[in-house]
Design a protein around this ligand. Structure first.
Ligand code: GGG
Length: 354
C-alpha cells in the first residue's frame, strides 16, 4: 500500500480547527483509495514563539524536506506582529522549497451566492497564479535611525527575468491544460513601476509569443481589481506578482462567496522539494475557538494536495463532494449564511464522498 508522508502544521487560531477536518477527509480518502497518509504533526506557530522566541525551530526546513507534502493551517496571533509570524514560518518555507507558483482557484459553486448581482453558479471560474518567492516579498531592505524622528525604512522589490519567466510560463501551461477560456491576463503596475514591472511586461510578451493558441491581456492592478467585480466571468488564468496576486486573490475569494472557500497550493512545479497546501484565509482570531470556521478551504486545499500527489481521481472526488454539499445547501457554516459547525460540514463532505 502506498504511503504518503504529510507534514502537518496547523499553526494558529482557526488553523487548529480546519486542519483536523482536512485530515479527516484525507483519512476517508485513504480508506476509499487504498493508500495511507502518515501525518507528522509539527506544533509550530504562535505558541512555539511564546515558548521559544521563534515560530519554528532552526532545523524546521530539514524536518520538512523528506515529506511528500506539507499541509498548513494558518499563521498569525493578535499579540505578535504580523510580519514576525509571516516571516517566521510561512515565507521561509515557500522560499526554502522554491515553491514559486502559488495557485488560487476562484470558482463560484452552484448553490453559493456571490455578493455580485449577476454571476450564478459556474459563471466565475478562474485561477489566480501568484509569483511566490520574490517580487515585493523579497525581504530586501532595512531601517536607518530606527525609532528616531528621522527614521528611514527602505524595502526593495526584486524581480528577476528567471523568476518572471517561470511563473508566466506556469500560467500559460495551466491555461493550455485547463478546460477554460484559454486566456491569460497579466497584472502589473508598469505605468508607475517603470523598471521591475516593465521587465515583467516584456517577459510576458516573450512567453506569450510561444503560446499563440492562448489569448492574452495585460492589465494594471487597479483595472484588474475593478474588472474582477465588473466582468469576473471573462477571466481564465490571471498571473501577477507576489503582492498584487495576493491582494487580487482576496477579491476573487469573496466574489465566489467566502474566504472560507478559498484553497491554495504553493507548488514547486519541478518537484525537487515538498509543496505546501493551505487555505488562503489567516488565523481569524475573531471566530477562532467557536467551532464555526468554514473547513471547506482547508478541505479543498487537501484536494489540491491529492492532485499534486498523483491522485487525480481522489482529488476530483473531494471537489465533487464539496460541490454536492454546497449545492444541497443544508449544511453550511455562518460565513455562507448557515448555522452548521465546522465538524458538521466536514461530516457532510465525508458522507458525500461515499
Ligand atoms: N493560511 C495561511 C495563512 O495564515 N495565511 C495568511 C497570510 O497572511 N498569508 C500571507 C500570504 O499568503 O502572503
Amino acid at each position: 500500500m502506498k504511503t504518503f508522508t504529510i507534514a502537518v502544521i496547523a499553526g494558529d487560531g482557526v488553523g487548529t480547527e480546519v486542519v483536523p477536518q482536512g485530515k479527516r477527509v484525507l483519512e476517508a480518502i485513504a480508506r476509499k483509495h487504498g493508500v495511507t497518509f502518515a501525518f507528522q504533526d509539527f506544533d509550530w506557530g504562535a505558541e512555539h514563539y511564546f515558548r521559544w522566541g521563534r515560530m519554528m525551530p532552526s532545523g524546521a526546513i530539514d524536518l520538512l524536506q523528506p515529506c511528500d507534502a506539507i499541509f498548513l493551517g494558518a499563521v498569525g496571533h493578535p499579540e505578535i506582529p504580523d510580519h514576525t509570524t509571516l516571516n517566521g514560518l510561512l515565507l521561509p518555507i515557500r522560499r526554502a522549497f522554491d515553491q514559486y507558483a502559488n495557485v488560487r482557484p476562484a470558482y463560484l459553486y452552484p448553490g453559493v451566492q456571490s455578493p455580485l448581482a449577476r454571476p450564478k453558479g459556474g459563471d466565475i471560474d478562474f485561477v489566480v497564479v501568484r509569483e511566490n518567492t520574490e517580487g515585493e516579498y523579497a525581504q530586501v531592505g532595512g531601517f536607518v535611525y530606527q525609532h528616531q524622528p528621522e527614521e528611514i525604512a527602505i524595502q526593495t522589490s526584486v524581480f528577476t527575468r528567471r523568476g518572471i519567466e517561470r511563473i508566466v510560463r506556469f500560467a500559460f501551461d495551466l491555461a493550455v491544460k485547463r478546460n477554460g477560456k484559454k486566456r491569460v491576463a497579466s497584472i502589473t503596475k508598469s505605468n508607475a513601476q517603470g523598471y521591475t514591472l516593465v521587465l515583467w511586461d516584456r517577459v510576458f510578451e516573450d512567453v506569450a509569443a510561444q503560446y499563440p493558441q492562448i489569448e492574452t491581456e495585460s492589465l494594471l492592478v487597479d483595472a484588474a481589481a475593478m474588472n474582477f467585480i465588473r466582468r469576473p466571468e471573462s477571466f481564465d488564468v490571471v498571473v501577477g506578482s507576489n503582492l498584487f496576486a495576493d491582494i487580487l486573490s482576496d477579491i476573487s475569494a469573496i466574489i465566489v462567496g467566502s474566504m472560507g472557500l478559498a484553497a491554495s497550493a504553493n507548488l514547486d512545479p519541478l518537484r525537487r522539494f515538498p509543496s505546501m497546501f493551505e487555505p488562503v484565509h489567516g488565523s481569524a482570531p475573531d471566530i477562532a475557538g467557536k467551532g464555526v470556521v468554514n473547513p471547506l478551504a482547508s478541505i479543498l486545499s487537501a484536494g489540491m494536495m491529492l492532485d499534486h500527489l498523483g491522485m487525480a481521481e481522489a482529488a476530483a472526488g473531494v471537489e465533487k463532494a464539496v460541490a454536492a454539499v454546497l449545492a444541497e445547501g443544508k449544511v453550511r457554516t455562518p460565513d455562507l449564511g448557515g448555522k452548521s459547525s465546522t465538524e458538521e460540514v466536514t461530516s457532510a463532505v465525508i458522507e458525500a464522498l461515499g
